[in-house]
Design a protein around this ligand. Structure first.
Ligand code: PEP
Length: 250
């Protein structure tokens, strides 16, 4: 059985000093558990601080929220995969809904980022999910399949190194959550897409994200199809994050 992933997306919160203070508190109360991994996605300026603070915790991984696909150049404000890797980061969020819908990132750019991340040996966490209107028009699977197209020509071995996060856009930061059964239906479709494209069934990991909190994490993770959670708001306080990271999982 693969371990359950508890991933914290801090968005534009917690600079280096706050990251150090958060991790001091969190690490003093959270002991490693063999059935789970905790992944932190701090802002770029806090990556090195976070990675250095967890070097003695193999159950904890640090990753970036975004990268550029080019190795270097005139891209003001961007960071390359090599730079991110050099901070000690071992994963990258790609195609988060805020990147797609606030910053206008396209499917094509998302695909380039996934390839660049894979080439460094880091784990891309590809975020997919439909907007409210798309859900209401019953287009959820069409949208998710289109977004998975970013992985179209990656071989099975490459797909085994990718994590998918299903995050319905209407559930991110809104307090609304997909029901565990609804999320499981989309997760099953994602799993089928991945295996149909060559991924090993046992290696496919699909996280759910969208207003996960201490009160709903356990019921979401009780679904066989949900291999972990990606959490924004409720990961910003050590207390609520520790509560989520310690919910029972099968
Ligand atoms: C996210 O940012 O990926 C997210 C799921 O946010 P929230 O948990 O706040 O909905």
């Amino acid at each position: 059985m693969t371990s359950t992933i508890f991933a914290a997306n801090w968005k534009m919160h917690l600079g280096p000093g706050e990251t150090r203070a958060f991790l001091d508190t969190f690490l003093s109360g959270y002991a490693a558990r063999p059935d789970r991994e905790v992944w932190f996605f701090p802002p770029a300026v806090s990556l090195e601080t976070a990675a250095q603070r967890v070097t003695d915790r193999p159950d904890i991984r640090v990753g970036a929220q975004n990268v550029h696909w080019e190795p270097k150049g005139a891209y003001t404000g961007e960071s390359s995969v090599g730079m991110v890797h050099d901070t000690g980061s071992r994963a990258v969020l790609v195609g988060h809904s805020e990147r797609r819908h606030v910053f206008g990132e396209t499917d094509e750019e998302t695909a380039r980022k996934v390839r660049a991340v894979l080439a460094t040996g880091m784990v891309p966490v590809l975020c997919v999910g439909e907007k409210l209107g798309e859900r209401e028009a019953d287009r959820t699977l069409e949208v998710v399949h289109r977004q998975l197209g970013a992985l179209e020509d990656i071989d099975g071995h490459g797909l085994d190194g990718i994590v998918i996060a299903y995050e319905p856009v209407w559930a991110i930061g809104t307090g609304a959550t997909a029901t565990p059964a609804d999320a499981a239906t989309v997760h099953a479709a994602i799993r089928s897409w991945m295996t149909a494209h060559g991924a090993t069934a046992a290696a496919v990991r699909v996280l759910y994200g969208g207003s996960v909190k201490p009160g709903n994490a356990e019921e979401l993770l009780a679904e066989q199809e949900i291999d972990g959670v990606l959490v924004g708001g409720a990961s910003l306080q050590p207390d609520s994050w520790t509560q989520i990271c310690t919910v029972p999982v099968d």
